[in-house]
Design a protein around this ligand. Structure first.
Ligand code: LLP
Length: 428
């Protein structure tokens, strides 16, 4: 399939204009030049479109869309989504602080996470979040006690493990009985009964999250059915809930996948909760931001060895770890339209001192020379947030584009930043 069609299908926010890759009306080379190193770029209009697609698809069903900010914690993205009415799903005190700072109202925040500390539970209580998704009986008792001490009641959903395979990569599955997440399905009723007796707990709902990059809504349907059965058994025993939180996980097209439409997903969920008096809570991350971002990089060097063409970039596994960690596939395209130039296999690597610092093997790419720039597409989710500064490489800056304007939302870091953040013990 030709380059332009591939872009249209996987990352429609990006296109060649006069032969140069653009997003939001901005020539991306300008951002790469200003960054003087690898840089992330996000198209804010596309983020909003993703959110609105969920909203439209779920129309007619009371729904709260809580964007899973673990996918991308850019405050510019959080602000755009919050302004459009989105809530946020957070998984740490740090994310909670960032969300509040970006202007997300606390009463639209879900606090998830398998191992919340007392400090984080107190932060959730003090902020007055919409809901804490509790993952163990022990956490439930701690939360109740901490709430009572503060004269509060915490709105809670129990995250139940429905024991359903999400049909995705083993390493990003979360809803099988053997995964570490959630309350065992068979124990859920007993823990709900216990929760109903705890003075600091306001039982608000059920929650689940079965995995990420889900490619088939049948898995969601199966998990929803189990949650609904639980909901109905609880109702029969006098436990009345009001929120049905189905987590996130809807997949995107990285290469040649055909992920379910948001519409099909919504129809599945609506059918699963039909007749229940509930607000559906969604926690989508990747589907909203994944296709809207790219990592820009520049060719540092080219070398030929063992019959292979090595393209050595200024971006590395510390900037985008998904290929090294999950063997994930990201489309790589040049910032200048190569026209009819022949595409031949290349090994795309970074400068980090690890053999795992490889983005792609035998990847067809047009001719490239030092100084040429490329973009990794679909890098808006789980890209910058998973970056590190391994090998003394300052975190890549992040830029946002809209209507022909761009700005760094996370400015480039300097070596001085790396130095300032450490301190020598006085006794050395
Ligand atoms: N809710 C909960 C409780 C989650 O654990 C997650 C993701 C989400 C929502 C959002 O899932 P999404 O809609 O983005 O699929 N680093 C991996 C993905 C890890 C996902 C972790 N949990 C990757 O790069 O593929």
């Amino acid at each position: 399939m030709d380059l332009h069609n591939r872009l249209k299908l996987a990352a429609p926010a990006f296109s060649y204009v006069d032969g140069r890759l653009t997003a939001g009306g901005v020539d991306l080379a300008a951002i790469a030049d200003a960054a003087r190193g690898p840089a992330y770029v996000y198209a804010l209009d596309a983020v909003l479109e993703g959110f609105n697609a969920f909203r439209t698809a779920f129309a007619g069903q009371p729904t709260r869309i809580c964007y899973a900010m673990k996918a991308n914690d850019s405050v510019a993205i959080l602000k755009v989504l919050a302004d459009a009415g989105a809530g946020v799903d957070v998984v740490s005190g740090g994310e909670l602080a960032l969300a509040l700072a970006a202007g997300v109202p606390a009463d639209r925040i879900v606090f998830s996470g398998v191992g919340k500390t007392d400090r984080e539970l107190v932060e959730a209580l003090e902020a007055g979040v919409m809901q804490v998704n509790v993952e163990t009986a022990y956490e439930l008792e701690r939360l109740s006690a901490l709430a009572v001490e503060r004269g509060k009641r915490a709105a809670v959903a129990l995250r139940v493990n429905p024991d359903v395979d999400a049909g995705t990569l083993d390493v990003i599955s979360t809803g099988r009985a053997t995964d570490k997440f959630g309350i065992a399905y068979d124990e859920a009723e007993a823990i709900y009964a216990k929760a109903a007796t705890l003075p600091g707990i306001d039982l608000a709902g059920v929650a689940m999250h079965i995995g990420s990059q889900i490619a088939d809504v049948a898995h969601c349907a199966a998990a929803c059915a189990k949650l609904r059965a639980l909901w109905e058994r609880l109702a029969a025993n006098g436990v009345r809930l009001r929120r049905f939180d189905i987590g996130g996980g809807l997949g995107i097209r990285y290469r040649d996948e055909t992920p379910p439409s948001i519409q099909a997903y919504a129809e599945t969920v609506k059918a699963a909760v039909a007749g229940l008096d509930c607000e559906v809570v969604l926690e989508p991350g990747r589907r909203i931001v994944g296709p809207t971002g790219a990592l820009l990089a520049e060719v540092v060097s080219i070398k030929h060895a063992a019959g292979l063409r090595f393209v050595i970039l200024n971006a590395a596994m510390n900037d985008l770890i998904r290929p090294a960690l999950y063997k994930a596939w990201h489309e790589i395209v040049p910032l200048v339209d190569p026209g009819d130039a022949p595409w031949t296999p290349a090994e795309i690597v970074g400068p980090v001192c690890e053999s795992t610092d490889k983005f792609a093997a035998a990847r067809p790419l047009p001719p490239l020379k030092p100084g040429d720039k490329v973009a990794f597409l679909c890098a808006g989710a789980y890209g910058a947030v998973m970056a590190s500064e391994y090998n003394g490489r300052p975190r890549a800056p992040e830029a946002v584009v809209r209507n022909g304007q761009w700005s760094f939302s996370r400015p480039p870091r300097q070596y001085d930043d790396l130095i300032r953040e450490q301190s020598l013990p006085a006794w050395l």
